[in-house]
Design a protein around this ligand. Structure first.
Ligand code: GDP
Ligand code: GDP
Length: 455
């Protein structure tokens, strides 16, 4: 389509750029103070991670998007936890475990000036068990004289140590080239599942909303089929559960059942675990305690699922405890606090009495169907044509930008590219999103719209 001033390559390039599916995940792990956050900032090219890293402030942002040599991926930063929560070894092991679980490849950062410690050796054992591709980053090699220190790290048995100065950028390019060598194009976790295999569900929510109660209810204590992941000897993390005549894979259920009780740092672990579960899942069921006010933390968890581009179901639990007044206020809160995900299917359940838990499956199926919806280009363009004719973009500075045509570049979640004659305002984009939803459904899924402007 050398249509209306767009070059063919332009159109194809825009579609390809917009059409990527879920991105592969790179986890950056290592002991405290080896330079993980510094390295993550270097990789993502921003100061964001460190800026948020104030003592005493819990960081709940753990994944960032990055690009290297034209490839996009996600980076999980594990630098933000309090090191004295469990004692160093246990802390490092716990964070490494979650992060490795969610990752498609791992950068293991060691302080080359210090050399390999016992804690580092413990992490190496975890890495061996997990069997994920690993790139060994020998950090704090700020100049040529440090290279010898890096060479000592061959002893870890993880292959070539890449000498890096995260602080100054030295060697990070070579290391990232190696990362791209081992990082798969698509997240194996989510999309390695055979067609027709069980769909992956993340049951998430803040502590005490009733996740483990609901899991027990739907699984039925003894009917749980344990799925030991190949090559691991630790607790199974995913469970296959029969529901509504189908088998579903509930991811990271060990995290839900195990319930490590911590004081400081607990929120950070919870965030990391939630992020890990979301990355592994196709659909997130966010459980909210309906008996309490919807909190900022609930909203953050919803945002995590939406930003990760997963299908979404909202489940309001503890419905058995609600009186009429609370039900009234809850509806108001949902409108104001969760208005941005009004498209998500909603179920009101009680893990205690079993009320409406059978409605979870239809809601999950609806959300997954929305997530996978593909609108044929012809239908999309007749819709866009009518929409633009009936509701043109407002005139700005004597000009009226016009949408010429569009296409759906991808699914899971649906991604659209629109081609326009000029800058399309945010308000008009939102209007288009609303109308797309009215016309085509997309229930339970975020949708992405990018606009390409003619030169
Ligand atoms: P994290 O706890 O592993 O996330 O470590 P940080 O990224 O917070 O870094 C810990 C300290 O090491 C900070 O003072 C950094 O400035 C410093 N650091 C990180 N990378 C380098 C490096 O490549 N060279 C030197 N000399 N210092 C570094
Ligand atoms: P988790 O931290 O999200 O896994 O939450 P739990 O499943 O451990 O539940 C926290 C508390 O809420 C426990 O005391 C449960 O008995 C209680 N609970 C969970 N679901 C319900 C429910 O539907 N109704 C009532 N009344 N209590 C519930």
């Amino acid at each position: 389509a050398a249509e209306e001033g767009f070059e063919r390559e332009d159109v194809e390039g825009a579609i390809e750029a917009a059409g990527h599916g879920p991105l592969p995940v790179l986890a950056v792990i290592g002991r405290p103070n080896v330079g993980k956050s510094t390295l993550v900032n270097r990789i993502i090219g921003r100061r964001e991670a460190v800026v948020e890293d104030k003592p005493g402030v819990t960081r709940d942002r753990v994944t960032y998007e990055a690009e290297w040599a034209g490839r996009r991926f996600k980076v999980v930063d594990t630098g933000g936890w309090e090191q004295d929560v469990l004692g160093i070894d246990a802390s490092v092991a716990a964070q490494a475990e979650y992060a490795i679980e969610a990752a498609d490849a791992v950068v293991f950062v060691v302080d080359a000036k210090v050399g390999a410690t016992d804690t580092d050796e413990a992490v190496v054992r975890l890495l061996r068990k997990a069997g994920k591709p690993v790139v060994l980053c020998a950090n704090k090699v700020d100049g040529p004289s440090g290279e010898a220190d890096a060479a000592y790290l061959w002893s870890l048995g993880l292959g070539e140590p890449y000498p890096v100065s995260a602080l100054h950028g030295r060697g990070t390019g070579d290391m990232l080239d190696q990362v791209l060598e081992v990082l798969p194009d698509a997240p194996a976790q989510t999309f390695g599942t055979a067609v027709g295999g069980p769909r992956r569900v993340a049951l998430i929510g803040r502590p005490n909303v009733g996740k483990s109660s609901l899991l027990n209810k739907v699984a039925g204590e003894e009917r749980v089929v344990v799925n030991e992941l190949a090559g691991t000897t630790r607790d199974p993390v995913d469970e296959l559960i029969e529901l509504g005549g189908k088998t579903w894979k509930f991811v990271d259920t060990a995290g839900i059942r195990k319930r490590v009780h911590l004081q400081q740092g607990a929120d950070y672990y919870a965030s990391l675990r939630t992020a890990a579960a979301v990355e592994k899942a196709e659909v997130a069921v966010v459980l909210i305690d309906a008996s309490e006010s919807i909190s900022v933390q609930d909203q953050r968890i919803v945002t995590m699922a939406v930003e990760a581009g997963r299908a979404l179901v909202l489940a309001f639990n503890k419905w058995d405890t609600l009186d009429e007044e609370r039900r009234y206020y809850l509806e108001r809160e949902i409108e104001t606090e969760l208005g941005q995900v009004a498209w998500a299917p909603r179920v009101n359940v009680s893990a205690r009495t079993g009320r409406h838990v059978e409605k979870l499956v239809p809601a999950i199926e609806t959300a997954l169907a929305g997530w996978e919806t593909r609108v044929p280009t012809g239908r999309l363009n007749s819709f866009l044509g009518e929409l633009v004719a009936a509701h043109p973009h407002p005139v700005r500075g004597g000009k009226q930008p016009r949408i010429l045509f569009g296409t759906q570049a991808g699914t899971k979640p649906p991604r659209f590219v629109l081609f326009a004659t000029g800058f399309i305002e945010a308000g008009y984009r939102r209007f288009i999103e609303r109308r797309l939803r009215e016309e085509f459904g997309f229930e339970g899924t975020p949708i992405h719209i990018s606009v390409r402007v003619r030169e």
